[in-house]
Design a binder for this molecule. Structure first.
Ligand code: MG
Length: 263
């Protein structure tokens, strides 16, 4: 099991492998043959970044029956896919800036994300499973009111900051045995397990590859278990997967923040 992180070193993004209380830096990145640089930096005080900036994020809706039911929907016969843009990605500790002028009902959706390690197109679930580099935590932050009134989810799920990712990409985990928990200010909100998915992860990735080539570094969000709920300015949301760690983000009203010009 390897835990890859992306972090800021001397003001530049760098990749490394978590090793105790240090990060052993690597080059160039986990999506190609890589080697240690020999430099190690302490984790303490290190600014972690989103572990990847993908070419695309493919996400699936209603992949847990309990969540489909809470939204009043049924479980689809085939995966209900949508895209989030790369500009939606933020990292651990980055604020989720609520677009309160657009939405009055922004929800957390804590999810298991898988990061693709190889180019795949039209592959079987077995090949898809081998092409997955590892697992990270994701929050599919959603403008629920916008989602309910629009048939396309580009705005509702693609706004800036709508895809916190991190803190690490962990390899070697059993994809069928992952527990993902989400809390807000320490209060439990979601507690799901990948065994309860409608479409399991290798099958989902294979299905996506039937229509879209997946590239190294692409991210697949595998759906949210029940318990989604609102985020409010001043709160702190946490998504946690055993073996990966916890992804925490503060929530702010983007219009209540001092702008860069006045700060
Ligand atoms: Mg979702």
């Amino acid at each position: 099991m390897t835990r890859f992180v992306r972090c800021l070193v001397d003001g530049e993004p760098a990749y490394g492998v978590l090793d105790g209380d240090e990060v052993a830096l690597i080059e160039p990145h986990p999506f190609a043959t890589h080697r240690p640089t020999g430099r190690r930096v302490p984790v303490e005080g290190l600014r972690l970044l989103a572990p990847v900036i993908p070419s695309k994020i493919v996400a699936v809706g209603r992949n847990y029956a309990d969540h489909a039911a809470e939204l009043g929907g049924t479980v689809p016969d085939e995966p209900l896919l949508f895209l989030k843009p790369s500009t939606a990605v933020i990292g651990p500790g980055d604020p989720i800036r609520l677009p309160t002028d657009v939405s009055a009902d922004v929800h957390h959706e804590g999810e298991v994300a898988v990061v693709i390690g190889a180019l795949i197109s039209r592959v079987t679930p077995e090949v898809a499973a081998k092409a997955i580099l590892g697992v990270t935590c994701a929050n599919d932050v959603t403008l629920r009111d916008v989602q309910r009134r629009e048939s396309q989810w580009a705005r509702a799920k693609g706004f800036d900051g709508s895809c916190p990712l991190g803190p690490a990409i962990t390899t070697g985990l059993d994809l069928a045995d992952l527990r993902v928990r989400t809390s807000v200010d320490g209060e439990p909100r979601q507690d799901g397990h990948t065994r309860d998915m409608v479409f399991d992860i290798p099958g989902l990735v294979a299905e996506i590859s039937r229509t879209m080539t997946l590239l190294p570094g692409d991210v697949v969000l595998t759906g949210s278990p029940a318990g989604v709920g609102p985020l409010r300015p001043g709160e702190r949301v946490r998504v946690e997967i055993d073996g990966v760690g916890a992804l925490e983000n503060p929530v702010v009203d983007r219009d209540a923040e001092p702008s860069a010009a006045t700060a």
